[in-house]
Design a protein around this ligand. Sequence first.
Ligand SMILES: NC(=O)c1ccc[n+]([C@@H]2O[C@H](COP(=O)([O-])OP(=O)(O)OC[C@H]3O[C@@H](n4cnc5c(N)ncnc54)[C@H](OP(=O)(O)O)[C@@H]3O)[C@@H](O)[C@H]2O)c1
Length: 308
Amino acid sequence: MPESLVNRCRSLPAESRLCILGAGFSGRRVAALAEALNISVLTTRRNPESNSRSLRFDTTRNVIPTEAELHGVTHLLSTIPPGRDQNDPVLRTLGAQLCQLPLRWVGYLSTTGVYGDTDGAWVSESDTPKPGQDRSRRRLICEQEWLHSGLPVQILRLPGIYGPGRSPLAAVRAGTLKPIHKPGQVFCRVHVDDIAAGCLHLMHCSAAGQHPAIVNICDHEPAPSHVMQRHAADLLNCNLPEIRDYADAETDMSAMARSFWAENRRVSNDLLCKTLGYSMIHPNFRSGLQHCLEEERLMESLARSAPD
Ligand SMILES: NC(=O)c1ccc[n+]([C@@H]2O[C@H](COP(=O)([O-])OP(=O)(O)OC[C@H]3O[C@@H](n4cnc5c(N)ncnc54)[C@H](OP(=O)(O)O)[C@@H]3O)[C@@H](O)[C@H]2O)c1
């Protein structure tokens, strides 16, 4: 956890207890930041390792934390995606218990996919979502359920998440990158540290009475994927493989990949940054990739120097 990240964030009041449902890529980062700020943190996983402090929570098996385990939770973040059915899996299995907790803030990690395709135009929280994919329609239903749950919920809409261990750097190193160009197409993204610091910022805003129901957390600079990939290759002093035209590449793509390329939008972060006063740690992919490289190199050198 970078010291600069911890230093720019404020802790929560002493009696606070944060529960993060789903300690995956984003959940783990929020938990690490909160722990570094001396906040009492609980996390869940479907199959925690025996030496892990995470609680077991698996909505598909109806394995849920006990009332005693969740006792006193004041802040909650759900990172758990929709299941195959229409209902939010967390509210279906744990909703009644959550309503008994002294919750002051509940964050639900959603996706900017709910906005659908805008043909590259900017879109913000006040625009009506027009989800074009089945998974985005299910997501919008989950958002609605959270908003009607009676809990102090804030929906946090995220674009593509990247960070140390999850960025184009790995594919550049492995030589598996396949850059594609589609005229006019951009993608939005967010570095995982901005999700972590953004959540803390929103908890404080909410305590101060600023609690918009929906907030986008994304960086300032939507950009084509091959431009970010070129930057990753430059950072590693590697060549970028030849860029293919989308029209050629499309035939080899999975249905999932095609569905990502079918939507083109620029997601505004004005509400977060201008109205709520958050300053992005990584305002663009250049800053974010530089950080990924530095943290990955640090982790590699720590792993090399660790005793066997
Ligand atoms: N990845 C992206 O680019 C992106 C973009 C926009 C929005 N999102 C959404 O943002 C959220 C966080 O993303 P992420 O990439 O950090 O997710 P992630 O790494 O996949 O973590 C998801 C977490 O949810 C838990 N989980 C999944 N299904 C569950 C179930 N049925 N019962 C209990 N726990 C369950 C996982 O448990 P285990 O730890 O046991 O696996 C994991 O801890 C997700 O909802 C994701 O869909 C992601």
